[in-house]
Each structure stands twice: as C-alpha cells, then as structure tokens.
Ligand binder design. Sequence first.
Ligand code: IDP
Length: 147
Amino acid sequence: MERTFAYLKPNSIQRGLVGEIIRRIEEKGFKIVALKMLRISESRARELYREHAGKEFYEPLLAFVQSGPVVAMILEGEDAVKRLRVLVGKTDPTEAYPGSIRGSFGVSVRKNLIHASDSVESAEREARIFFDESEINDYSLVIEGQL
Ligand code: IDP
C-alpha cells in the first residue's frame, strides 16, 4: 500500500468544507492513517514549498497557508499519490474538472483548498514535516481489498 500526504488549506476550514472534502476522500477508498488540525509555522511553510522559493507567488502563498489552521492527513491506498492528485484536480481550479475537489469548490489558484503530494518521495518528506511516527496509525479496515 502506498501512502500520500495532504492538507486542507485555511480557506477550506473558513468555508466549512472540512467534512465534505474528507467525505470525498474516504468515499474514494482512501484510508486515513493520520489526521490533525494545526497552524503551519513559517519554517514549516518554507520547508514545504522550498521548490517555489523566489517565484512571485511564493511569499503570498506562505502568508496564506499561515493565515489560519489547516487539517493535515496521511492517506493510504493503492497508487495513493496519483489517485489523490486526480481526485484533487489541477492546480488552477478554473481548469480543474468539475468532479474534482478543486473543480467543485475552488475559485483561485492560490486558495485552491487542498494540497496533495506529487510523488512518493515528496509524500514521505512532507508527511515528516507535519507528523511524528507515533501519530501514524497502523490498522486494517474491514472492507480493505473489497472495493
Ligand atoms: P500543486 O499544489 O497543484 O502541486 P504547485 O505547482 O506545487 O501546485 O504549487 C503549490 C501551490 O502554490 C499551489 O497549490 C497554489 O496554491 C500555489 N500556486 C501555484 N502557482 C501559482 C500561481 O501562479 N499563482 C498563485 N499561486 C500559485
């Protein structure tokens, strides 16, 4: 089973979309193995988005993700990284398919509601920024392997 990392950005919480977005993720068959609400510190935000350092949207993006609490999670499933990216949709919500999370609820590229890791390597790196090993739950679901 592959693991991926995601977090709901501050505007998902402000818009009351936490339950709806997590419902879609669960319905699609992902297993939640870690979940928490927190505020992203500046150092964590810089580490998370280090590949974008220097770009014109970098500082406003850092300010936005620190503007309120976020909900971070680690998800498990077959081909989890790719499948979650499809469910989340394209970076720019105006180009994302209507059935995707960003396509359904997103309005602007900066406030695109949710982050999802783009590779197994970044999922591991990003999960470590947010979670200690002791916060990750190893358990089975009764329906596992039956979807
Ligand atoms: P992703 O979140 O779909 O993987 P990335 O290219 O890794 O997209 O960009 C990280 C985040 O930076 C995006 O989710 C979005 O919030 C923000 N971002 C990316 N490009 C722009 C832009 O052109 N203007 C404003 N914000 C941007």
